[in-house]
Write a protein that binds this ligand. Structure first.
Ligand code: GDP
Length: 462
């Protein structure tokens, strides 16, 4: 569908349902003129100063008052979209909002596409692409930490880092190019060692960004943690303790939890998606199957596994199966020894072969004891120590990670070309490719379809 980028769009910017107020946004060339067609106040919106509010009424063409409103005006280019923006604050009843919105559309505004306001902000250079994506992440943040990471991206921290690397590469490329194209200018040719050093610096900067990508994704989407263990060790009880409510059914009979339970919860500012996989157990199958297949299924797609053992019993063959399967899966895992309120019968010696670096965390689901420590360790196992992640600019999107990896590969190719003694213009082709890849993050060199796809994730009115 062809969309006119200049016309005036309208959308309800607040959520559907009843509220004290609702906001209807208008943006575009005729935003002020359209709003003035339905607004009646002490003066016309056209006469209002930018970034001011006015009180008045929305009137139907027949002259009936539809609602009493506050109208604000933000003139181009100092607005969210970079265009003239008018926001109508009306009463937040469904009928009132609908009526005001319809009048604005009847007066000449076009219903906005999802994300169209932010898309215009991008097209008008108010935000780059990474910042526009951060708008979605701020709205959808699932934890305080996720919000912080998104807010920093919105402020342009990631963009600044990426631009920093881009300008380094651009500089180098320009230098190489001048020497090739204008030998008469007498610009000194760079030593290959200097070219190499500069490319290596850029690769390092990119690798630093990539190093935070796992943590970034986790802050955005949550750590997918699977709770595994043989029947009756207390997986459901731990999940309940974590969620602080009776979600999974806890019984004394092994294997009664039939469905896989998945819950979201935030610990220490980090979002988790917790799964209790007791339901994956097939009742009358041999022990071997229980341990291995159930655990394998649970572990698939998880960022982290919490292997639960019963501290009030010695380590049994089923436990060993679970531990082996988890270890072989090759993803971060921690061991929780449950029922710490009972006398310890699980010998620490028997655990030793399974726990190389980390000590197990002793918990009592019954007393809700040790649960916070368990989750702190869980977060640490995936994202490293808090302090490390805290000041880093985090890459949260797969799209960004892929672009960084492409850039890094192109730079590595440039190094290879250099080592093989290729001429500067061959090296330059690889540098171009790296620039192109980095430009996809901020939007300098991104295809229209990608832009369309990104903004399609937005809600209408944003
Ligand atoms: P699951 O099969 O691994 O999900 O285990 P459940 O959560 O259903 O618990 C099995 C049994 O162990 C139940 O009788 C629980 O009450 C008991 N249990 C669970 N956690 C604890 C704990 O921390 N201390 C004690 N004493 N019993 C527990």
């Amino acid at each position: 569908m062809a969309i006119d980028d200049q016309d005036t769009i309208a959308a309800v910017a607040t959520p559907a349902g009843e509220g004290a107020i609702a906001i209807i946004r208008l943006s575009g060339r005729d935003a002020v003129a359209i709003a003035d067609r339905v607004f009646e106040g002490r003066r016309r919106i056209a006469e209002m100063k930018s970034h001011t509010l006015a009180h008045g009424r929305i009137r139907s063409p027949g002259g009936k008052t539809v609602d009493e409103v506050l109208v604000s005006v933000m003139r181009a280019p100092r607005s969210y979209t970079g265009e003239d923006v008018v926001e109508v604050n009306c009463h937040g009843g469904r009928i009132a909002v609908e009526a005001v919105y319809r009048l604005l559309v009847a007066a000449g505004a076009r219903p906005a596409e999802p994300g169209e306001f932010t898309k215009r902000a991008f097209l008008n250079g108010r935000l780059d692409l990474a910042q526009a994506e951060a708008v979605i992440d701020v709205i959808r943040a699932k934890s305080p930490k996720g919000l912080e990471v998104a807010a920093r991206q919105l402020e342009g921290e990631l963009s600044a880092r990426v631009q920093g690397v881009r300008s380094e590469i651009l500089n180098l490329l320009a230098h190489l190019q001048v020497v090739i194209d204008y030998p008469e200018e007498g610009v000194a040719e760079l030593e290959p060692s200097e070219v190499r050093a500069r490319i290596e610096r850029s690769i390092e900067a990119i690798e630093r960004l990539l190093a935070g990508a796992d943590a970034g994704r986790v802050y955005r989407d949550g750590i997918r943690a699977a709770i595994v263990g043989r029947p009756n060790v207390g997986k459901s009880s731990i999940l309940n303790a974590l969620l602080g409510e009776e979600r999974a059914i806890v019984t004394e009979i092994a294997g009664t939890t039939r469905d896989t339970i998945e819950e979201r919860a935030v610990f220490a500012g980090v979002p988790f998606v917790l799964t209790d996989t007791a339901g994956l157990r097939e009742t009358d199958d041999p022990v071997e199957r229980i341990g291995v297949e159930r655990t394998r299924a649970a572990v698939r797609g998880a960022d982290l596994v919490i292997a639960v053992l019963d501290g009030s019993a010695p380590l049994g063959p089923e436990d060993v199966e679970v531990l082996r399967t988890v270890r072989d899966a090759g993803i971060p895992w921690i061991v929780a020894v449950n029922k710490a309120d009972l006398p310890l019968r699980l010998s620490p010696e028997s655990l030793r072969p399974w726990i190389e670096r980390a000590e197990p965390v002793f918990v009592s689901a019954r007393l809700r004891d040790g649960i916070e420590k368990l989750m702190a360790r869980a977060a640490e196992a995936v994202i490293g120590r808090e302090t490390g992640a805290q000041d880093a600019v985090l890459v949260t999107r797969e799209r960004h990670r892929a672009a960084l990896e492409r850039a890094s590969r192109s730079l590595a190719d440039a190094l290879d070309a250099l080592s093989s003694g290729y001429t500067a213009d061959v090296v330059g082709v690889d540098l171009q490719e790296a620039l192109e890849a980095l430009g996809q993050i901020t939007g300098e060199s991104v295809a229209d379809e990608v832009v369309a796809e990104i903004f399609a994730q937005f809600c209408v009115g944003k």
